[in-house]
Design a protein around this ligand. Structure first.
Ligand code: OGA
Ligand code: NI
Length: 346
């Protein structure tokens, strides 16, 4: 299957979106941008950070963090390493190529299902692998570039710490105990990392790097190439670009936080667009519950004024619905809304 990894320099027909699904880049709003939160601010009593994150989670479902404690030089090494991996010759990357989503480690292409025509391929390559703060999965990971395993191991440890801190701040923002959300997400969380590689594209108006989606997990921490925009999120019905800030991570809430918070915090639709000039690479670190975990609105957030919006389900059930809606602009959590029970949502 090497053919799927040949460098994309011309726009073959299976990469061109039908009119209605094109990104319409001239309509992207330049007025708004997602909040930037300094995690080093008011170290004595971090009430202000809790409040800022809470507001960002309610209004955007997305924010960037600076002074997050992960060493800058490690972020640079991680970005350089994942970029070097994607820049390997196609023959070398071919050993990781697989269309089987159950494979632990693989390179693959995303496709968008389009009614009455062939699936449209996204202008990107993605690499998926497990991550764990204390286990570097050494035998599964790439041997080339030679520093990959070591750098990824160090990076995963740091992201583990940052995740703990973010979950604590998010829990407090909801008026809950610090460890509440992480407890609800359960032991042995599902930890996946996804590298995304977006080469320059001759026709950014005709393609997408990543189709419109929400993340089905709980929390995502993204490292992106410096100085290249591409990620966009929906805010008040308009696309807003997430411009890279030096030494920042983009943080976004996944569907499970929206359900746990009973709809107070949002998991927002986002996409990646392409550009003509520059290569863009991102590395998303996903944290979600494992398949056996029961998820539903947290009891403390339910009262007469706030009746439960979602029914309880096992994460396996959520993922089945997620797979069922493959290739569409998914409405997965809507299928678990109490008012929609028994109705088709998508
Ligand atoms: C993702 C994602 C955004 C990006 O991997 O789920 O939304 O900027 N990535 O690549
Ligand atoms: Ni995403």
């Amino acid at each position: 299957m090497v053919s799927d990894l040949v460098p994309m320099s011309s726009l073959s027909p299976n990469l061109i979106l039908p009119e209605g699904l094109r990104p319409k880049l001239s309509q992207v709003s330049t007025l708004a941008s997602i909040p930037i939160i300094d995690l080093n601010e008011d170290q004595h009593g971090h009430g202000n950070i809790v409040q800022k994150i809470s507001q960002a989670c309610e209004e955007y479902g997305f924010f960037q963090v600076i002074n997050h404690g992960v060493p800058e030089e490690l972020c640079t090494r991680m970005m350089n390493t994942i970029t070097e991996f994607f820049n390997l010759p196609p023959e070398e990357k071919a050993q990781f190529f697989s269309t089987d989503p159950t494979k632990e480690v693989r390179i693959f292409n995303f496709y968008l299902k389009v009614k009455d025509q062939e699936n449209v391929k996204m202008w990107s390559e993605s690499f998926s692998q497990p991550w764990h703060p204390h286990d570097n999965f050494s035998d599964l990971l790439p041997k080339n570039p030679p520093q990959y395993r070591e750098v990824f191991g160090e990076y995963a440890k740091e992201i583990g710490k940052l995740n703990n801190r973010l979950f604590s701040l998010i829990s407090q923002g909801l008026g809950l105990e610090e460890d509440c959300i992480q407890k609800k997400l359960g032991d042995n969380p599902k930890l996946r990392a996804q590298g995304n590689y977006y080469p320059p594209c001759p026709e950014p108006e005709l393609t997408l790097g990543l189709a419109v989606h929400t993340d089905p997990n709980a929390l995502t921490v993204v490292l992106q190439s410096e100085g290249v925009t591409g990620l966009q999120v929906i805010k008040d019905g308009k696309w807003v670009s997430v411009d890279p800030v030096p030494n920042a991570f983009v943080v976004n809430l996944g569907d499970q936080i929206q359900v746990l918070s009973n709809g107070r915090y949002k998991s927002v639709h986002h996409r990646a667009v392409t550009n003509k000039e520059k290569l863009r690479v991102s590395l998303a670190m996903f944290y979600g519950p494992n398949k056996e975990t029961w998820i539903g609105p947290i009891e403390e957030l339910i009262d007469e004024e706030h009746p439960p919006v979602y029914r309880r389900y096992r994460q396996a059930e959520f993922l089945e619905e997620f797979m069922r809606q493959e290739g569409t602009r998914r409405m997965v959590k809507e299928a678990f809304e109490i008012r929609n029970q028994g109705k088709p949502v998508n």
